[in-house]
Design a protein around this ligand. Structure first.
Ligand SMILES: NC(=O)c1ccc[n+]([C@@H]2O[C@H](COP(=O)([O-])OP(=O)(O)OC[C@H]3O[C@@H](n4cnc5c(N)ncnc54)[C@H](OP(=O)(O)O)[C@@H]3O)[C@@H](O)[C@H]2O)c1
Length: 298
């Protein structure tokens, strides 16, 4: 498993903790730290505010480097999903070309459909065909979808021969532990990227700073943190080691708000793993493990 750097906070405020957007000089330092530790995957999106443009400047100034950038499509179909299929395919191509221009690149490593509903509706076949044309034209190496669960991954990979998928997993969201799904996808040639290993920072917040919305799982979080401490694991270490030990993935996409935060993640990823029973801390209630279901104020 490799480590990848998520860049939503390079372009806008994000997360449950300190949330603030990362200023460009700090972005440059984080990219230098990434390069120094063999972290080459960068996860961005057209809808991450200035993220792609900030990457374009920072990577240009750092003189290139062997970065594997994964970006994501803009919204392709109106909420009702009833978009003229051709329009969705055209929007996708235009969107990728604008993303490449912002990143000052002629191609990227991966393109993910950002909104699963864009593939679910009548335009799905045209969206997939447009993605495949982008790959055939050398604008992208791998095409896929970013989903909110393993079941969604099966839904789309059963319909479209994608070769890249991104999904969430963490100590609270253990839906993919032990079911063999991700191993099967990888055997079928699909590259698997996992995100939300800190559940947008919730798993790292001091217990007293956990927002009220999460009251029903506060004792689970407290128990997990106490058990991790008893095992000699810090919060970042425990969360990173869970993913490395229990999730079958090619890349772990992590977010950070500073060089210090990112350096701590890299150090945790490089440290020897400690045997720790994560099973008691799994939460099945998607109101808490699916950020898509969190109220905006959470
Ligand atoms: N649908 C999608 O495709 C989708 C959805 C979500 C995310 N993503 C991708 O995944 C990336 C990561 O986002 P995520 O939701 O998965 O976040 P995450 O990695 O689970 O958590 C990131 C947050 O954890 C906190 N953190 C990180 N290192 C820390 C440290 N050493 N000490 C204390 N706090 C620390 C930071 O928040 P504080 O500084 O606020 O504490 C940071 O913003 C995004 O940048 C994006 O690229 C994609």
């Amino acid at each position: 498993m490799k480590l990848g750097l998520g860049t939503v906070r390079f372009g806008r405020d994000y997360g449950v903790g300190d949330r603030d957007r990362v200023p460009p000089p700090v972005v440059a330092e984080m990219l230098a730290h990434a390069a120094a530790h063999g972290v080459s995957v960068l996860d961005t999106a057209a809808e991450y505010g200035e993220s792609e443009a900030v990457l374009g400047v920072a990577l240009g100034e750092s003189g290139g480097g062997d970065w594997r950038i994964v970006t994501k499509t803009p919204a392709l179909c109106p909420e009702d999903g009833r978009s003229a299929a051709r329009a969705a395919g055209r929007k996708l191509r235009d969107g990728l070309e604008r993303s490449l221009a912002r990143m000052r690149r002629s191609s990227v490593y991966g393109l993910l459909a950002h909104r699963p509903d864009d593939l679910r509706g009548p335009a799905g076949d045209d969206v997939f065909a447009a993605m495949r044309r982008c790959r055939d034209d050398g604008l992208v190496e791998r095409i896929g979808v970013s989903v909110y669960s393993g079941d969604e991954a099966d839904e789309f990979l059963g319909r479209f021969p994608f070769d890249l998928v991104q999904l969430p997993a963490n100590v609270l969201d253990q839906r993919e532990v032990g079911n063999g799904r991700l191993a099967r996808l990888r055997r079928d040639g699909v590259e698997v990227h996992v995100r939300s290993v800190f559940l947008q920072g919730l798993l790292l917040l001091p217990i007293e700073r956990i927002p009220p919305y999460f009251e029903p799982i506060r004792e689970t979080l407290r128990g997990y943190r106490e058990a991790a401490t008893a095992a000699g694991l810090g919060a970042v270490e425990a969360a990173v080691q869970f993913a490395a030990a229990r999730i079958e993935a090619d890349c772990l996409i992590v977010g950070a708000g500073s060089v210090a935060e990112f350096a701590e993640i890299v150090a945790a990823f490089e440290s020897p793993s400690v045997d720790f029973d994560y099973a008691p801390f799994a939460v099945s209630d998607t109101r808490f493990i699916d950020p898509g279901r969190w109220p905006a104020a959470a």
